[in-house]
Ligand binder design. Sequence first.
Ligand code: NAI
Ligand code: HPV
Length: 604
Amino acid sequence: MASFGIPTLKNPSSLSLSSKPRLPSVLSASFPNSLRFPRSTPQGGRRLLIITASAASSFSNKPTVLVAEKLGEAGLELLKEFANVDCSYNLSPEELCTKISLCDALIVRSGTKVNREVFESSGGRLKVVGRAGVGIDNVDLSAATEHGCLVVNAPTANTVAAAEHGIALLAAMARNVAQADASVKAGKWQRNKYVGVSLVGKTLAVMGFGKVGSEVARRAKGLGMHVIAHDPYAPADRARAIGVELVSFDEALATADFISLHMPLTPATNKMLNDETFAKMKKGVRIVNVARGGVIDEEALVRALDDGIVAQAALDVFSQEPPKPDSKLVQHERVTVTPHLGASTMEAQEGVAIEIAEAVVGALKGELAATAVNAPMVPAEVLTELKPYVELAEKLGRLAVQLVAGGSGVKTVKVSYATSRAPDDFDSRLLRAMITKGIIEPISSVFVNLVNADFTAKQRGLRITEERVLLDGSPESPLESIQVQIENVESKFASAMSESGEIRVEGRVKDGVPHLTKVGSFEVDVSLEGSIILCRQVDQPGMIGTVGSILGEENVNVSFMSVGRVAPRKHAVMAIGVDDQPSKESLKRIGEVPAIEEFVFLKL
Ligand SMILES: NC(=O)C1=CN([C@@H]2O[C@H](COP(=O)(O)OP(=O)(O)OC[C@H]3O[C@@H](n4cnc5c(N)ncnc54)[C@H](O)[C@@H]3O)[C@@H](O)[C@H]2O)C=CC1
Ligand SMILES: O=C(O)C(=O)COP(=O)(O)O
């Protein structure tokens, strides 16, 4: 397994000196406008996410990306700039499981089942699965989440291709193009047999009014069709904007001459067209499916075709792909089939390849990045705004846990967010995930990211409660400060305890940089970069110089110093930011300075 050489503290009781390498830390997360999440899709799927980590710059080896299905050249080129790329197509499930333990990322299309076994076989190395397309029904999202693996897809680049294929099938079906073509090639000339039906003036029900569905609707309107749509989650104004009426499921079935399916395959949509629902359809309805085969009960469709309820069907997708060659459905005379070609245009495949390569590389690099399916969405415009708060949250968690005395179990963490943003404009999931990461990673070998943060915290019995402190003033920045308190523990740095007996650290973002602003009841101000030495001392002149010169002798660069005191000439807490780790000897000498009552070295 590749080692990326990122030092992480293993055990808070030996904070200053022990370190261990760890895998690239990929943290995925999400935030919508002004820290609020939009509603999830029924898949629980969501789009843009924040990925933070500092792994890539420290890669000692390139990460390895396994590309298990054909990917456009432009995407491969992008991947190769950053990673070792192993293009191994047509792997058996066993071969995939064997290879996966050597891979940091896996890229697939719809033809590869990325099931629990794949995640289990990865031995924790697999950090990102990239689905070069939309549907992620071939990826076990729960298993991915439990294994801390981010799943990203390429949700936009093949939308138009899929919509165009839907329209192609609609027209081809209505005019018997495929059947007539086969007939002419067989030497026949059956002009009467292949009389079709017209599209103009007919009612098309678009089931699933998302990206593809709405593009199909737009095009069908251009063909003069009357378009209605059923989608329990689609906003009515989007439908209105393109002149489409949203209707109930039953109304769509009862009124449509043509039905085009564009919903994802989920437990709720599985076999949603079945004997019962076919019975509600207008006799002679025609059905197009470029979504997923599983949304139709295929045996029921054969019955509906034979009973004359369904006049024709045009199918790009099947519950089992490829379908059995002798499948009654595939062989049915009134059924037109294509081998899952919806996304297969030159243009879409280049676009998808670039989209997925960027998402996977972004995730592996640990940058604020693109798309995730097993994490909620963050609109791009809020990513920049949030980045320093995300860092602040993780670092406060990291600091707080390092202040816990060995032997104290960390069970309850209380987080307060001071903000002047309205309650419905504030969602803390990303920050909570970062704090969880900061708390858990230094004290365990578990790798935490947004995807598995709540799950991991729960598994470890860590309870994180949150409160929001509403401030007056204009909500220009998302947050004024974050306070992290660890309850019912002792601290190795007694001054970090608040009056009410918790370890307390507080920070805020200043000029885009996270700062530590409070430790226990002492105000400090030190930028959260590098590492920090906290000293409690008798407040007297010369202390900064004394400690500074010990560090200077060892050439440890001091980036920041700040002294917070309770009252002049009483106790003060000095926070010193250092770029490098001081030696044991220097730390010992700092501890021996007579006015210094206690000190701790904390790694960020
Ligand atoms: N044949 C092919 O090659 C391709 C197939 N697809 C498939 O097309 C489907 C749609 O893709 P996109 O439009 O990009 O996804 P999308 O997520 O933009 O749209 C899906 C829509 O379905 C709706 N929906 C969910 N449950 C529903 C239900 N029970 N009834 C009605 N609507 C429901 C959602 O609210 C959403 O608006 C997916 O299954 C995708 O895998 C997409 C691209 C290519
Ligand atoms: O993007 C999708 O959902 C698709 O169905 C396209 O699948 P493919 O990448 O062509 O195997």
